[in-house]
Write a protein that binds this ligand. Structure first.
Ligand SMILES: Cc1cn([C@H]2C[C@H](O)[C@@H](COP(=O)(O)OP(=O)(O)OP(=O)(O)O)O2)c(=O)[nH]c1=O
Length: 196
């Protein structure tokens, strides 16, 4: 019996949410991911998760489905003031990886849980230090295809994990769904292992 809906098309989020012990189904939640002019990165990632969760909630209403909690999340890589989302193409991925090479960036992953009582949010902030990468290493990584559907053009759970010299934060947060914070939100609704 479904306890929760995950408003996400991300295979990483599906895999990670399964670790919490909640019984869930995935629903589509299309939104416009364009940042507002001068929008602060933290405000932006929170707004994205809330919009995805609200979009999922509207989907339940439209389809006449049972109103169970809807969870959504958003991940952005932030370097200085710049928000790096998913790369548009190989050239964009190459440019992002050149910026990340040899420096420290933040990965922001937000959560929003929509219930009949309203919406609750959480934010995980992790700091990641990248090795200095050669142009040839970047070209080979981009050619592998791994960067294309990932914020900041890398996946810590894949070959991108080789670039991470240091992580101060949450591995699962960088991967797209911070499990500590997710378990806390779910437990408040009596869901998952941490509700025991
Ligand atoms: C930094 C990083 C990001 N990512 C992924 C997680 C997210 O799927 C993606 C960021 O894009 P998002 O826009 O957060 O999510 P999405 O479009 O993939 O999925 P959804 O349907 O939930 O909106 O980058 C990794 O898989 N590994 C990493 O190390």
């Amino acid at each position: 019996m479904t306890q929760l809906y995950l408003a996400s098309g991300s295979p990483r989020r599906k895999e990670l949410l399964a670790q919490t012990g909640v019984i869930f189904e995935r629903i589509a939640a299309p939104i416009d991911e364009t940042p507002l002019p001068n929008e602060n990165p933290r405000d932006y990632v929170i707004r994205m998760a809330v919009e995805k969760a609200e979009s999922g909630w509207r989907h339940l209403l439209q389809m006449g489905l049972a109103l169970k909690p809807v969870l959504a999340s958003d991940t952005s890589v932030v370097l200085g003031d710049e928000i790096l989302g998913k790369p548009l193409d190989a050239a964009d991925a190459t440019a992002m990886l050149k910026k990340l090479s040899g420096s420290t960036h933040e990965v922001l992953t937000s959560l929003a849980l929509r219930t009949e009582g309203g919406v609750e949010t959480m934010l995980n902030v992790s700091r990641v230090t990248f090795a200095a990468l050669t142009d040839a290493q970047i070209a080979a990584y981009v050619a592998s295809g791994e960067p294309m559907d990932k914020a900041g053009a890398y996946g810590i759970q894949g070959v991108g994990g080789l670039f991470v010299a240091h992580l101060d934060g949450s591995y699962t947060g960088v991967m797209g769904l911070p499990l500590y914070e997710t378990a806390q939100l779910l437990a408040k609704q009596g869901l998952g292992f941490m509700a025991a």
